[in-house]
Design a protein. Structure first.
Length: 94
């Protein structure tokens, strides 16, 4: 059995850790600030979010489905037998 894990950035794993684990991928949540979307930890960092939390309208939404599809296809190509997907609850985001 060969298991892969896909999670989203709500898991709060460091980029260094994710890069160091070959069977793990982390999809960025979309952070919406004043109706403009940013990919969490890629196009916007935590400091920027926290600095603007009280000043701007900030919400989150689920990661792009195409990103998940790419990761799943990659793991299938690499002959993983099982893929565990752990995401934020729809009650908390999206």
């Amino acid at each position: 059995m060969k298991i892969a894990v896909i999670t989203d950035s709500s898991s709060n794993l460091s980029a260094e850790y994710v890069k160091s684990v070959s069977n793990l991928e982390m999809m960025p949540l979309l952070i919406s600030i004043n109706q403009k979307n940013y990919r969490d930890q890629i196009e916007i960092d935590y400091e920027t979010i926290y600095e603007n939390l009280d000043k701007l309208s900030i919400t989150t939404t689920i990661p792009n489905v195409l990103d998940f599809h790419k990761s799943i296809k990659r793991f299938i190509r690499e002959e993983y037998t099982d893929i565990l997907v752990l995401t934020i609850s729809s009650k908390l985001s999206g």
